[in-house]
Design a protein around this ligand. Sequence first.
Ligand code: PEP
Ligand code: MG
Length: 307
Amino acid sequence: SAPPTAPAAEHRGQTSDGHPVALLANIGCAAELTGVAVEGVGLFRTELLFQHHIDPPTLAEQVQEYAQVFAAMPDRQVIVRTLDAGSDKPLPFLREHDEPNPALGIRGLRVARRRGDILRTQISAIAAAARESRARVAVMAPMVTTVAEAAEFTALCRDAGLPTVGVMIEVPAAAVRAAEILQTVDFLSVGTNDLSQYAFAADRRSGELADLLDPWQPALLSLIALCAAAGVAVGRPVGVCGEAAADPAFAVVLTGLGVTSLSMSPTAIPAVRAALAAHTVEECRAAAQQALAAGDPATARAAVTRI
Ligand code: PEP
Ligand code: MG
């Protein structure tokens, strides 16, 4: 395979006055990193590796998969998300029988209530692969809802020897308690796809409800702002890894809110990098204030494009 491509200084995300915002990749497997120069991986969706498996992947099988991604990112950050099974990402070995509302059921970290063994094996595999690599490996859980869940997940990961632990903010209950959750974890990563779905009670796959799922909706911005402010207050990283991070104008707003990294499909990174490089951090903050003050998505978007 091709040797890893190191990101040159010009590949790093920053505002025109040098305020850094890491621009990271969302990936599902190592092949997606071939030939791309990225600062790191902000969301490694591990469930995509095993979506056709009838039986749970073994420890050895997982170590091998994770090691391939880590090998492509020497000295760079890789945030591994533990299995996000259920709802829109069913896994054959974790089928839930007949849930009436799968999006509100046993999915993401909640699977560990029934199958703690699967989570523990995965965490051991990530830790084993990390020990043998030069990547800066971090781990995070999907669909975290309470402080207690975050604390329990963190303890499990630290016991396994993983020093950097975070959680995704995808549930409004977690967003409003971001400050409390940040007392138990090292970082947050906002998943705007699910946060929109749950905040607006609108199925993320419904084209008919696209207006509600618009990331420029003021209520979504308010929830992200809460998370970012919680991170700024204690000096801990808060990233955004949902599709919204790939919108260049929205990335400017997120930067102004205090978000420290943006993770997206690698092909979206150049346009976001260019948008950040065209503004000072003060301009980003002004854009964020205008967007937050707007009454609807169109007004928010228009206010920002004027900056
Ligand atoms: C999200 O929900 O925004 C997210 C990044 O996770 P996924 O799209 O994999 O659910
Ligand atoms: Mg999600």
